[in-house]
Design a protein around this ligand. Structure first.
Ligand code: NAI
Length: 427
């Protein structure tokens, strides 16, 4: 894990990454199919960088340990050295990690996000034909989901049913907030959980989504929430989102909250004309939607889904549902990012697939596309374009790993290794 002295790390200054030509990129191979998909992704990245920049640029991969391999080598499943290396190098790649089952066992993925404060889970959802999709027109899907990663019921602030802590919290509510206490249907046996959603936490993820939308010429950002039921937490997320758009991004965005006020004050026609002008000026539309309606919308009218931003639990469900529209987790890329420190871990979003591990059957597309996103994050767009284009043409040639091939007519089934070679050949 020691780093040769002639190699340079990425530096982050005021949220801007300074990327040397030979950046050190730490990677966690991952458990199960991790070794197979990581090897595929690295080969593809190396070939693309070589083709795009000859010997001028090169990724210097540096293995760091987590999961079962780390346990074997260091005795810890997430050694301090791994976290420190990610902090020092800023950008890394990660294969899937087993989550040990049982009380007290922590998810390594969650631990890594927490240690690095990777508050934005970035999940683009785009269709690469002929990936199997339940939609009639999957080519209409081109959404980007930002899921808040650090708050919400996911914070894990929970109190076991019947515990002293649960009892004192219930007692506190009974005395100080009797109307809330009265809402708890079975107080004697209730386990309790808190749902912290802060203005800071909401604002920073919504800012990331708006900045992404502005710099990628997107049409809209939708604040997805359940504020009709959870007024202060989910409702707060929506309110702080609009507050941000109307202050920090006032000149670049058109707020649908303001639009509704305009309708009430000046009538429909004037509001419609304001919206039309905003569109003509290329302003980003900031709107909101109740999250369950978004699930319906994503299936019935996927073309309406543009940049989406939501709280942690909503985002957890929605990200996998959106991935299913374009072929599932085998091809869905993702990253966890802190846009302030620049720290970012690009990852396969599927699990360790123990049923096919070691069989050269895994679909490497998720980690390959995540690596492509990583190259874009570094500003190496020429190499990223090469990967995206050749992945598209390899899939279009219907050379597919078994998970895709078995769902399709006229497919040529190939192994992980064969798929990777074909992809590199087509660059
Ligand atoms: P899984 O994603 O590993 O597998 C679910 C099904 O999808 C299996 O049939 C598997 O063969 C298939 N599959 C997954 N990835 C594939 C790929 N790239 N190519 C072809 N087929 C693929 O989910 P499961 O079984 O629930 O979890 C297994 C382990 O992975 C657990 O320990 C879980 O905690 C962990 N996990 C880790 C994640 C991460 O590190 N980000 C995410 C999800 C699960």
């Amino acid at each position: 894990m020691s780093q040769p002295s002639n190699l340079q790390n990425i530096v982050c200054e005021n949220g801007q990454l300074l990327v040397p030509d030979r950046p050190v990129i730490p990677y966690i191979e991952g458990d199960g199919i991790g070794a197979e998909v990581m090897s595929a992704a690295q080969k593809v990245v190396d070939a693309a960088v070589e083709r795009a920049y000859s010997s001028r640029r090169k990724i210097e991969w540096m293995e760091v340990y987590a999961g079962q391999k780390a346990e074997k080598i260091t005795g810890s499943s997430l050694p301090e050295e791994t976290i420190n290396t990610f902090k020092r190098c800023h950008v890394g790649l990660k294969g899937p990690l087993n989550t040990p089952v049982g009380e007290g066992a922590r998810s390594l993925n969650v631990a890594l996000r927490k240690e690095l404060d990777l508050y934005a889970n970035f999940r683009p959802v785009k269709y690469y034909p002929p990936a199997p999709s339940p939609l009639l027109h999957p080519e209409r899907v081109n959404a980007v989901l930002f899921r808040e990663n650090t708050e919400d019921v996911y914070a894990g602030v929970e109190f076991e049913s019947g515990s002293d802590a649960a009892r004192s919290l219930l007692e506190y509510l009974k005395t100080n907030s009797p109307h809330n206490y009265a809402r708890i249907r079975f107080p004697e046996t209730s386990a309790l959980g808190l749902k912290p959603v802060s203005r800071e936490g909401s604002t920073r993820i919504i800012r990331s989504a708006i900045e992404y939308a502005l710099s990628n010429n997107r049409q809209s950002v939708t604040l997805l929430h359940k504020g009709n039921i959870m007024k202060f937490t989910e409702g707060g997320f929506m309110k702080w989102g609009y507050d941000l758009a109307e202050t920090e991004f006032a000149s670049q965005t058109y707020s649908m909250r303001k639009h509704k006020k305009l309708v009430a004050e000046k009538g429909d026609a004037q509001a419609k004309s304001a919206l039309k002008s905003a569109r003509e000026e290329g302003k980003l539309i900031v709107k909101d939607m109740i999250v369950d309606a978004a699930f319906e919308r994503a299936i019935a009218h996927p073309e309406d889904m543009d940049v989406l931003v939501t709280t942690n639990l909503n985002g957890d469900y929605l990200s996998d549902a959106l991935a299913a529209l374009v072929g599932g987790l085998g091809i869905a890329p993702g990253a966890n990012i802190n846009y302030t420190t620049g720290d970012a871990v690009f990852e396969a979003v599927h699990g360790t697939a123990p049923d096919i591990a070691g069989k050269d059957m895994a679909n490497p597309c998720s980690l390959i596309l995540s690596s492509m996103l990583m190259l874009r994050y570094l500003g190496w767009h020429e190499a990223a374009d090469l990967i995206e284009k050749s992945l598209g043409s390899t899939l279009a040639g219907r050379n597919l790993t078994p998970d895709f091939a078995c769902q399709m007519d006229n497919a040529v089934q190939c192994s992980t290794t064969q798929f990777t070679s074909l992809l590199i050949q087509s660059m």
